[in-house]
Ligand binder design. Structure first.
Ligand SMILES: Cc1ncc(COP(=O)(O)O)c(C=O)c1O
Length: 287
């Protein structure tokens, strides 16, 4: 197979694999996904990704095919001969066997796993840092799906497009109370005086990111205090630096918001130090 994927129980060639036209993921965005980083042929933080997916499936009433995910991912990674790269697991409620929004009981979920080789972000990005703009519409922190990694990506897509139009790398959502929530594909951290790290609590309306959790746990090990704390736009001036996290970017310096410099306006030492510690942790587990 030239471009193998895993679909519903077997390896297939990407260009010829087919999804049913009644697929609810396609028709309604009725499903969830996980994006994982692959280092040295192995998925990083797989336990956390499985757990988040299982919790999301439970919240949506989808039967999470965990055993097939394990088999499928392992089979795909070896078939693809993937060393460095990323993988995406997509689980949907399956086919719509009748008209309307309600799912049909007894229908099996659809499972698709894809993988792509290569480093997701350029070394240059880490050297320059990301610039962000505030997205023009709010994150609804009360939405029942705001904490899930769903296939309903339209708000993120619109926010990301706004950032691109503004010549920025990422869009940051404020929530309905005007507090900072997260980026369109990332979680946000600020670094206050004496290396105190803060990230908004999940209740502010964000995805509980796995890289975010990794950073929260890693910080004390390298002598940083880290906590979840509400961030308001007025707090940005107090930050010495800021950074974004996700499973693919790991720790990305954030140097400005809406054209206003954060700290020195250049990637800071805490982000650099944390990314190194993150990669050391990965290396330690992978080897
Ligand atoms: C909206 C949003 N927030 C946060 C994250 C970070 O999540 P993770 O660290 O699990 O990759 C993502 C990941 O893509 C995301 O899409």
């Amino acid at each position: 197979l030239r471009s193998p994927i895993w679909l519903n129980g077997k390896l297939s060639e990407a260009s010829v694999a087919v999804l049913h036209v009644s697929e609810r993921g396609f028709l309604f965005g009725d499903g969830l996904m996980e994006t994982l980083r692959i280092y040295d042929g192995r998925p990083w933080a797989m336990a956390e990704h499985r757990q988040r997916l299982a919790a999301g499936c439970a919240a949506l009433g989808i039967d999470c095919p965990l055993a097939e995910i394990d088999t499928g991912l392992a089979t795909l990674l070896s078939a693809a001969g993937l060393g460095e790269g990323s993988a995406r697991i997509t689980v949907t409620r399956g086919q719509a066997l009748r008209r309307g929004l309600l799912g049909t009981p007894g229908v099996s979920p659809t499972l698709l796993i894809t993988a792509v080789p290569g480093q997701p972000y350029h070394a240059e990005a880490y050297q320059c840092g990301f610039q962000a703009v505030t997205v023009s519409f709010p994150r609804n922190q009360h939405s029942p799906i705001v904490n899930l990694k769903t296939l309903n990506c339209l708000e993120n897509i619109l926010g990301r497009n706004e950032a691109q139009v503004a010549g920025a790398d990422e869009g940051i959502f404020n929530n309905l109370d005007g507090e900072l929530a997260e980026g369109t594909v990332s979680n946000l951290f600020l670094v206050y005086q004496e290396g105190r790290l803060v990230t908004p609590p999940v209740a502010c309306g964000l995805l509980p990111g796995i890289a975010r959790q990794n950073v929260l746990e890693l910080a004390p090990e390298i002598g940083l205090e880290a906590c979840e704390e509400v961030i308001r736009p007025g707090n940005l001036g107090q930050a010495g630096e800021a950074f974004l996290t996700n499973s693919l970017m790991e720790v990305m310096p954030l140097v400005s918001l809406d054209g206003i410099k954060i700290g020195s306006g250049r990637p800071g030492p805490v982000a650099r130090h944390l990314r190194q510690a993150y990669l050391n942790l990965v290396h330690h587990h992978v080897t």
